[in-house]
Ligand binder design. Sequence first.
Ligand code: TMP
Length: 205
Amino acid sequence: MRGKFITLEGIDGAGKSTHLAWFADLFRQRGIAVHVTREPGGTGLGEKLRQLLLDPENPMHAETEVMLMFAARREHLDQVIEPALAKGEWVVCDRFTDATFAYQGGGRGVDWARLTQLEEWTQRGLQPDLTLLFNLAPEIGRQRARGARSADRFEQEQDDFYRRVREAYLRRAREDPSRIRVIDASQSIAHIQQQLTDIAGALCR
Ligand code: TMP
């Protein structure tokens, strides 16, 4: 049986990476084979594109950014995601196309309809079975995201950019409410874990 495809989304600092490993383990505990991956990245070429995309020394046109994101995604789908799903594995992916609508669409102002065309061309109708959107105010995300390492090209953006990113994510959630579950990321970790347990239980039923 074909596996399920689950993606996690949210602004930087919203906590999705903290919850990702824990969420994937919920499925492993049920005996499901889970492949955890990320975007941009997940393949040899994709990880190289990621380095270019995140490097603060590499300014680029917003449309170049879009095309590199979709180029990395095409490889990821072809080499990792599709084969894993076909084998019956579940794929849990840290970001996917909703991030392109949020960051390049909302944040950079790239035309939504153009992104929709690229989404259709790249994914040929494939969509995640479930997307968890960790929703958080940018001011709080910024405080949380700042660790010891220096900020990448996106983390250097200001709150205004992140407000647009957040709004675009919420627009995606309104457009596809049966796929995208919005999680209030300002809640305690225990609260969120309880919600994730319920969501995972429903998905496995
Ligand atoms: P990460 O920090 O969650 O690993 O993601 C890397 C950065 O890439 C993050 O700031 C969001 C950005 N990004 C986009 O701008 N567009 C995309 O399509 C994806 C997948 C990520």
